[in-house]
Ligand binder design. Structure first.
Ligand code: ATP
Length: 217
């Protein structure tokens, strides 16, 4: 992120990749401008929020014209460091990990899993997608040598914390944690936690308790 981007509120920053993906699609279909109402319908964020978010980027939509797609794309590309490849490692090549390696975020040009790690002798030394699986013994050395900045954790939760400690020692910057474990890290490390079971339960709870046309708070 650039210094300018630091001033963007976190809630807005979290929506940037969503906007970016949609605008890329618009751009490739040849569209030059987009209204906040169109964006709102596509990304499912209300248009007042979109207008406020975009005002942080200096993008002030014109009435009857909307937003210039190229301007927004240039801004997002710069802000999201799309031109700078962030090296990602995946740890734990189980069912979920294997799915990520095969998927490998191929539509996003700045996110690619470079390398994977596991302890299972049946997996170490193989390639999944085009990603090589290394043994955990090599983690510390390889992460430093390759300049890996982000790790995706898809290991059993019992081993998540000790692995995290090693990643911190190896100077990782961010962790996307798919294990249910709550991880302790120094404040300089950013962790995003995605617990699929909790997300599913939460969805089911909202379906039961909130009519679908009401926004949960
Ligand atoms: P599978 O069916 O392949 O076991 P899973 O997702 O159900 O997949 P988990 O037990 O959650 O299996 O383990 C996920 C992956 O994490 C497995 O490939 C396992 O070998 C690996 N793993 C287990 N312990 C460690 C560890 N200490 N370090 C790295 N990887 C580990």
């Amino acid at each position: 992120m650039t210094n300018d981007a630091m001033k963007i509120p976190q809630a807005t920053a979290k929506r940037l990749p969503l906007y970016y993906r949609f605008l890329l699609n618009l751009h490739s279909s040849g569209k030059q401008r987009v209204s906040s109402a169109e964006l709102s319908e596509a990304v499912k964020v209300d248009s007042a929020t979109i207008r406020r978010d975009f005002s942080y980027f200096g993008a002030l939509g014109k009435k009857g014209y909307g937003y210039n797609v190229n301007y927004l794309l240039t801004f997002f590309r710069k802000t999201l460091d799309q031109d700078e490849l962030t090296k990602v490692a995946l740890i734990g090549v189980g069912n979920l990990g294997t799915a990520f390696l095969n998927y490998n975020f191929s539509k996003n040009n700045n996110t690619k899993i470079e390398i994977a790690f596991d302890v299972d002798p049946g997996k170490v030394g193989t390639k999944i997608g085009d990603v090589a699986v290394y043994h955990m013994d090599d983690l510390d050395k390889v992460v430093v040598e390759e300049g890996i900045q982000v790790a995706i954790l898809t290991v059993p939760s019992a081993v998540a914390q000790p692995i995290t400690d090693r990643l911190v020692q190896a100077n990782i910057k961010g962790i996307l944690n798919f294990t249910p474990a709550r991880l302790n890290v120094p404040s300089s490390i950013r962790i995003h936690h995605i617990d699929l079971a909790v997300e599913l339960q939460s969805l089911i709870y909202f379906l039961k308790h909130y009519p679908t046309d009401t926004e949960p708070t």
